[in-house]
Design a protein around this ligand. Structure first.
Ligand code: SAM
Length: 326
């Protein structure tokens, strides 16, 4: 996928005066901090203008891709849902609102909670170039989500790549609060790593206990069948920006952002018979799928004999819904 034209332009403009060499160094330091979870001598992962620039250049496009892909799954689960209000906690430069506005264009209010002033400043600058009026008019609230904060309930509530920056105690209270403020659907996204999935799995349990109904990716509300040494994740392919390609010369022209997530709603979504968990294996005369369904995780084989199913199965990919057995 490509970034929306207006976001791509806004990012290019914002980053146009920066030295690619310096950005590459800052991005590599930022990525080390995220990977190791260590932030020696700092109070948070992102606190300087340099960190924000690196985030804008290298992480914002990838997280946009993840959020967009998640929203597509949510849309499949709730095809008639048309949210009007968005609350995004730990908003960074506003990545989520760009993806939400790209899919739901009827939004009439967006509220973004963020602790770092430099992130808010970047978010506001990017938003000026948005074609969506709701993005331009989004309300930015500087707040620490681990402290006391108040807002009204919203149709769509999100926390994207945020749980990993909170300790376990804060995480539980934060999720409880987000669910309380959710009128429609709460979406939590984390990196598609074992650690990211483990946070998603815990959040899933907590939100089911609070009465949440899974919309995606899970096809059921039962306990998660994923083996302890495995992790449920998806990916979205995204074309790299000119700057990205310039810095990663000789490397691929795209990147695959891997993510884990849950979307939990107050109302039931469409019934999902099974979710494909890996790349389908195309063999001679049949296709093998690894699928999560209410009976657990299993292999499903569709053979050429099943003409129509086989023809449709060729278009399915990792993350797709597998049609029910006839
Ligand atoms: C990895 S970034 C994700 C940003 C954005 N949600 C995205 O998907 O691109 C995490 C964001 O959470 C913010 N954050 C972390 N802890 C926070 C807190 N206690 N209160 C408010 N924001 C916080 C950080 O400042 C940062 O902007």
């Amino acid at each position: 996928m490509e970034l929306p034209e207006d976001l791509r332009y806004a990012l290019e403009l914002e980053l146009s005066t920066l030295s690619p060499k310096r950005l590459a160094k800052l991005a590599s330091e930022l990525s080390d901090r995220y990977r190791t979870g260590k932030q020696t001598g700092r109070k948070s992962f992102i606190e300087s203008q340099g960190d924000v620039d690196a985030y804008a250049a290298f992480r914002m496009p990838a997280t946009f891709a993840a959020v967009y892909s998640v929203l597509k799954q949510v849309q499949e689960g709730l095809p008639d849902w048309n949210p009007q209000t968005l609350l995004d906690a730990g908003a960074g430069p506003g990545t989520v609102m760009w993806a939400v506005a790209a899919i739901y264009n009827d939004l009439n209010s967006i509220t973004l909670l963020e602790r770092e002033e430099c992130m808010i400043a970047l978010g506001k600058k990017l938003a000026k170039h948005a074609s969506s009026i709701s993005i331009q008019k989004a309300e930015w609230v500087k707040t620490d989500i681990t402290n006391i904060w108040e807002t009204t309930s919203h149709d769509i509530v999100t926390a994207s790549y945020v749980l990993g920056e909170l300790n376990e105690q804060h995480r539980n209270a934060f999720l409880k609060k987000l669910w309380m403020l959710t009128r429609g659907t709460l979406i939590i996204i984390e990196p598609g790593t074992p650690a990211g999935f483990s946070r998603i799995k815990q959040a899933r349990e907590q939100l089911i206990n609070e009465g949440g109904l899974l919309i995606a990716p899970c096809p059921h509300n039962l306990s998660c069948p994923m083996a302890i040494d495995n992790w449920c994740h998806f990916y979205q392919r995204l074309s790299r920006s000119r700057l990205h390609r310039q810095i990663k010369a000789g490397e691929l022209s795209y990147e695959d952002e891997k993510f884990s997530f849950i979307a939990v709603s107050r109302k039931m979504g469409e019934a999902v018979s099974g979710r494909i968990l890996r790349h389908p294996q195309i063999r001679k005369g049949h296709i093998e799928f690894e699928v999560c369904c209410s009976e657990g995780i299993s292999k499903r084989i569709i053979t050429r004999k099943d003409k129509e199913l086989f023809r449709n199965a060729k278009n399915l990919s990792w993350g797709s819904i597998l049609p029910p057995r006839k």
